[in-house]
Ligand binder design. Sequence first.
Ligand SMILES: Nc1ncnc2c1ncn2[C@@H]1O[C@H](COP(=O)(O)OP(=O)(O)OP(=O)(O)O)[C@@H](O)[C@H]1O
Ligand SMILES: [Mg+2]
Length: 245
Amino acid sequence: MLQVTDLTKYYNGQPVFSGFDLHLPAGRFQVLLGPSGCGKTTLFNTLTGVTPKDAGTITWQGEPVPHLGDLCAYMHQKDLLLPWFSLMDNALLPVRTRGGDMAAAQDRAGQLFLRLGLGGYESHRPDQVSGGMRQRCALVRTLMFNRDLILLDEPLSALDAITRQRHQHLLLLLQTEFGKTILMITHDVDEALLLADDIFLLTPMPMAIFRRFSPEPAKPRAFDDPKLLHTKAGILDHLEKGGVS
Ligand SMILES: Nc1ncnc2c1ncn2[C@@H]1O[C@H](COP(=O)(O)OP(=O)(O)OP(=O)(O)O)[C@@H](O)[C@H]1O
Ligand SMILES: [Mg+2]
């Protein structure tokens, strides 16, 4: 579905990444795991055209494109909900800005609110709900873009450990229930192990993939699965050796 070849991005004359390659087949859940500041968000911004690439090709469904732009839904590291809008209005923003059948969109958003445990909070403003609810709302908005590919930049980073575990299963639903292809950034090894078909370990800047893991047991997975624990030990070992925190 997505092929990235030789992607290169410089900031202030320094390569954030140079010759970066990535292949993401349709339906797969891939996770990028790397140290703070290595260039993960910059990669997403470059892929989506938020910031221009300096070199390389991005191929979408076999066709080269300048960037993914509207071809994917991009959930940013910060939830970027508009504070003066209700949760429902925030969720409907993609439809408001792009146009489309508003009644059908409201219907769909209402169902997603229920599915993600936000039923009854449609008219609350973001500052009237918890961080976890804001992130679920951002997830609904991401789904409202109705794209096959979703880029998630640390979607659960604002949550405490317990809420985070609950939400990890919601992210899995994106793949299993909504059939999305997902590229996700996280710092959390357990989260990566629970969700990913492929985990890519990244070096510090200039960012490159130095190891790939494809955890074995079928999903949904349990944290205490022996195969998963074995993969986790391998990942932690590589993170230590690779100087990646
Ligand atoms: N707009 C910008 N202009 C100049 N340098 C930038 C810009 N955005 C990011 N950088 C630099 O690029 C490098 C990579 O930043 P980036 O935000 O991509 O890292 P990250 O891997 O997403 O980090 P984190 O895990 O903390 O979110 C950093 O050194 C950062 O300071
Ligand atoms: Mg980042």
